[in-house]
Each structure stands twice: as structure tokens, then as C-alpha cells.
Design a protein. Structure first.
Length: 242
């Protein structure tokens, strides 16, 4: 059914973010009662609420009148008529994301590439990284809340040939190390962050950071020596643009 009212479109927006009405209301500084009134068209959205949505790139013209798309196109994004028809290979699942006939994706989410992650010697995220790249992913691949995912561009060759320099990796945030043995993870060490395959040596109380590239050495983090390591998250998707 078409979203014919402001309330219908607001419900569509909340559903697209995989949030409950209560979560969405709290995030945007309104009461659940106000949210209910907006959705049921008993009250028009307040200016402060609309301002917060606009800051999240929600197209207010779409919300209030139904015209245009759900989100405002960023200045660096190509317009639909000139948008290049690219494909992105989801390397980890050997499947592809490809344009539909009208050049859009079905049920997708746009996530920013937040930083580079080292595939080599751990390195800090640079303060001047330009957040001007986005990846568009089908929501079906993202089982958790959208806020629990981070997207990085790989910088380095220690994970080749499986994960190449300039590949895009999607990391699901987590702090619990359980069930990560053998997984590719983003981790933080004292000198920065890096992407490696994790192996635990419980007897020696060590964490081994394995590269895939045989030209790089395994890095040993020894808790008995006071070495510090924390988990950023596990890799759930790998993409290679073509």
C-alpha cells in the first residue's frame, strides 16, 4: 500500500531503520506519545523534530508531501540520471549486488566508509580521513541494528589474496571475544587498529593475530606480559567494487 500520509511515511522511515517506535522517538528527543500522534496523523511533526530528521539527511519534502526520495542526495552523489551502473561483488558470500532496472537497490541501506583499517602494521585512524564514500547494502545481509555496523577501507596487503588492498569490509561491533576464534576481526592494540584472523592459545594466555599473506609474520599478544588488546568487532561482509 502506498504511503499516502505523513504518518504512513514516518512509519516507513522507522521501519527502514530497523528501529522500534520507542527507540526512534528517544533518538530524536520526542516522547512516545508524540510519536504516536505523528504516526496516527493526530498532530503535525514539530519543527525541532523535523530539524533533527533533516540533519540525518531525511528528505522533509518527501516526509511532508510524498515527493522525491526518502533521503536527500549528498552533493557528491551522482543524480539518478547520471549515476554510473556499477556492481559490487560481495566477496565473502560470492554473490553480487547489482542495479535494478531503474538504477536503485531494493531494501537497501547506505553506510559511510568511516576510516581506513590497516592490513599490516597496526595504525591509528587518521584525523583527516574524508568521509566521502558510501556503500549501499541490502538490509537482508545486516541482521543487527544498523548502528552496530562499521565500514572500513582496507589499507595494506597482509590479508591478501583473500582480502585485498582497498577492499571494503563491514565490521559488526562487539566487545565479547566468545566464538571469535578463527574469525577475521578488527582489533585495537596500543599502537592502533588492524584487521587479522584471530586464534587463541589459552594455555599460554596469548592471542595470535594471523595474516593470510605468508610474507607477513604472525603477531603475538601476550596477556602475561601485559600486552593490551581490545575487540572492535568481527568482519561480516567483504566487498570489492568493479
Amino acid at each position: 500500500m502506498a504511503a499516502t500520509t505523513v504518518g504512513d511515511r514516518l512509519k516507513m522511515l522507522v521501519r527502514s531503520l530497523s528501529k522500534t517506535h520507542a527507540e526512534f522517538a528517544k533518538q530524536n528527543g520526542i516522547s512516545l506519545n508524540s510519536m504516536s500522534r505523528y504516526i496516527n496523523n493526530k498532530r503535525s511533526p514539530d519543527p525541532d523534530f523535523l530539524t533533527k530528521l533533516a540533519a540525518q539527511k531525511v528528505n522533509l519534502n518527501w516526509l511532508l508531501s510524498g515527493e522525491g526520495g526518502m533521503y536527500v542526495s549528498a552533493p557528491w552523489e551522482a543524480k539518478p540520471e547520471s549515476k554510473p551502473r556499477k556492481k559490487a561483488e560481495v566477496v565473502s558470500t560470492k554473490s553480487k549486488l547489482s542495479d535494478l532496472a531503474d538504477g536503485t537497490y531494493s531494501r537497501t541501506i547506505l553506510l559511510p566508509v568511516v576510516a581506513e583499517i590497516s592490513a599490516g602494521i597496526p595504525a591509528e585512524v587518521t584525523d583527516n580521513f574524508e568521509h566521502d564514500n558510501f556503500v549501499e547494502l541490502p538490509r537482508i545481509y545486516l541482521k543487527d541494528k544498523i548502528d552496530n555496523y562499521m565500514v572500513f577501507r582496507v589499507n595494506g596487503q597482509s590479508m591478501e589474496p583473500q582480502i585485498m588492498h582497498n577492499d571494503i569490509v563491514v565490521i559488526q561491533r562487539r566487545e565479547d571475544w566468545s566464538n571469535t576464534d578463527g574469525s577475521v576481526c578488527a582489533v585495537r592494540l596500543h599502537d592502533g587498529i588492524t584487521l587479522k584472523r584471530i586464534q587463541f592459545d589459552h594455555q599460554r594466555q596469548q592471542v595470535l593475530l594471523h595474516p593470510f599473506n605468508a610474507e607477513y609474520r604472525v603477531q603475538v599478544v601476550d596477556s602475561m606480559q601485559g600486552d593490551d588488546i581490545s575487540l572492535i568487532g568481527t568482519m561480516v561482509m567483504q566487498l570489492r567494487l568493479s
